[in-house]
Design a protein around this ligand. Structure first.
Ligand code: ZN
Length: 241
């Protein structure tokens, strides 16, 4: 059989499966928690704060598109990663989206002082990225939605972050869909332990001073949320307008 046809048929089947999800709750997971809030931005704000703010905007936008939303970890209490998809699934969620903001490896961080605080930043890294796990039992649907979200973010004018493909150990994180900014990251706990389709979004690089300023604005949050909803409509998780 023609492998392209097989792939196309597989994608069509996974999109049909996803269309059955329209109207089913979407879980929006706020990455990290208060005791371990993730990366510290170039201007000294925790990643958790960024994740929390974007997740709230996204939840509101999904609700206005008629999709029930279950926020996970929004009180900053959720230390157990495995509990996140379990809570989502117990609430009937049919799709799991984990919201994060990105940093870079230690060796690229430069010291600087801002408002009297010793902080770190890195230039030359910017943009969004998306991750799916090949250990998730619904990889095809996860990837279809990650690609659709990436395509929508690109249509909104946002760049793909390419730095996850490079590491100091020489191990590249493999692309799942390079054009749309999607990588395979098999061992991400929330993705591999979810039994529903699951995607992790790094919305932008908060260790980059310029991109952080943009990411902190209501306009950028609204643009990102709009694009995520657009992507989820394209892959059938959210009902088309
Ligand atoms: Zn994170």
């Amino acid at each position: 059989m023609n492998p392209m046809l097989t792939q196309a048929a597989g994608l069509a089947l996974s999109l049909m499966a996803l269309q059955a999800l329209a109207g089913v709750p979407v879980a929006v997971d706020v990455g990290h928690y208060l005791d371990k809030p993730g990366a510290i931005s170039a201007h000294g704000v925790t990643e958790f704060e960024y994740n929390h703010a974007l997740a709230a905007v996204l939840a509101a936008r999904l609700a206005s598109a008629g999709t029930p939303v279950r926020l996970i970890g929004q009180r900053g209490e959720m230390a157990d990663l495995r509990a996140r998809p379990r809570e989502a699934e117990a609430a009937g969620a049919g799709f799991f989206l984990s919201v994060h903001h990105d940093s870079v490896k230690e060796q690229y961080l430069q010291p600087w002082v801002w408002q009297g605080r010793a902080l770190r930043h890195a230039e030359g890294f910017a943009g969004f990225s998306l991750f799916v796990s090949r250990l998730n039992p619904r990889l095809d649907e996860s990837l279809a939605c990650a690609s659709a979200i990436g395509a929508a973010l690109r249509r909104a004018g946002l760049p793909v972050a390419t730095h996850h493909g490079v590491s100091s150990e020489g191990v590249a994180r493999p692309w799942a869909d390079e054009a749309n900014g999607v990588y395979f990251y098999d061992n991400l706990v929330v993705l591999k332990t979810a039994t529903v389709p699951a995607v992790l979004l790094e919305a932008g690089v908060i260790i980059n001073r310029d991109e952080e300023r943009a990411l902190a604005t209501p306009e950028r949050r609204a643009l990102t949320a709009e694009a995520v909803v657009d992507g989820l409509q394209h892959c059938g998780v959210v009902a088309a307008p």
